[in-house]
Design a protein. Structure first.
Length: 319
């Protein structure tokens, strides 16, 4: 019978690999949302900790503290930050523990009062303290001021459609909020139902825009924006797809650069984009041996933002 571990692994399996060799500390399936266990950070004979099934966050009700899977490896196993995030990213990818839920609208975007109200509220509630904000900043090496500059917000679980504390990424089109993407502490993503399928950041392109940088995914665009100190307009595709109708949004822009991820779906996206944007410049990041990952935040674990900025400047100068 084939081994289908990759299809059935959970965060309980992940923590079981790294708990101390104490057979008495068994992880139990206690509810639809949580696994239960004794907290590894204090003497605990009556299980007081839980692992969130959707995010992998370990929460101890006695310590009154939470740890993401990477933070657990850093504090409990003493892994370096770089090692911890690599291990968690690979585990999530291999065992399909990151989910994306999409239900997009095919109709032209119009004004949506609910989206606008949630967007405004998310900006008002955005702060450094929520765990999901701290985890995203730490795992992606993004500064809080960068998130604020790009209007990334925060909403607690009670205000999101999937009941998770979430970062909120707004999709604006002609000044209207036409979609909202949520991201929880585990890297899972969900859109508001009937969000419009468009480029993130597209409204930042104006008649005066000279340079636009395209990436796959908002996190990549945010890291480029931060590395270049906001001097270029950065937009992102919502997945490894570039639609023909998006090309019209770049009319009048002098130079367009695309920085793909290092995988096959992103390579196909570049091929499609080049059909619709013939003057497109492709910047493939130089990966080295024994460097793991595929996206821009992964690449920046081994390189500096200054290096990325210089690569972009070189691409612009040689066009």
């Amino acid at each position: 019978m084939p081994n289908d571990t990759n299809l059935t692994a959970t965060y309980a399996d992940f923590y079981s690999e790294y708990l101390a060799t104490d057979s008495s500390n068994e992880i139990e399936d206690s509810s639809d949302d949580w696994f239960r266990l004794c907290c590894p950070f204090h003497e605990d004979h009556n299980p007081s900790a839980g692992i969130a099934k959707s995010t992998g966050v370990l929460n101890c009700f006695t310590c009154d503290k939470s740890w993401s899977p990477a933070e657990y490896l850093i504090e409990y196993i003493s892994y370096s930050e770089e090692e911890a995030y690599q291990i968690v990213d690979l585990y999530r990818d291999e065992h399909k523990l990151v989910t994306n839920t999409h239900k997009f609208s095919k109709s032209p975007p119009g004004r949506n009062g609910r989206y606008e109200a949630l967007y405004i509220q998310s900006l008002a509630m955005m702060a450094r303290e929520p765990h999901v904000v701290k985890e995203y900043m730490r795992s992606r090496s993004i500064q809080f001021d960068t998130l604020k500059a790009l209007d990334i917000g925060y909403l607690p679980a009670s205000l999101t459609p999937w009941g998770q504390d979430s970062l909120v990424f707004p999709y604006l089109h002609s000044g209207r909020v036409v979609g909202l993407q949520y991201r929880d502490a585990g890297g899972n993503k969900r859109y508001e139902d009937n969000s419009f399928w468009t480029l993130w950041g597209i409204d930042r392109i104006t008649d005066d825009t000279k340079v636009v940088i395209i990436t796959e995914g908002a996190s990549d665009a945010i890291r480029v924006f931060q590395a270049t100190k906001g001097q270029y307009t950065c937009v992102a595709t919502p997945s490894a797809v570039f639609k023909r109708e998006w090309a019209r949004e770049f009319q009048g822009v002098h130079q367009v650069i695309i920085i793909p991820q290092d995988d096959q779906p992103s390579a196909k996206m570049v091929a499609d984009a080049k059909q619709y944007l013939p003057s497109l410049t492709v910047l493939n990041l130089p990966w080295g041996r024994k460097q793991f990952g595929k996206d821009i935040p992964d690449w920046l674990r081994y390189h500096t933002e200054e290096e990325l900025d210089k690569l972009i400047e070189h691409s612009l100068a040689n066009k």
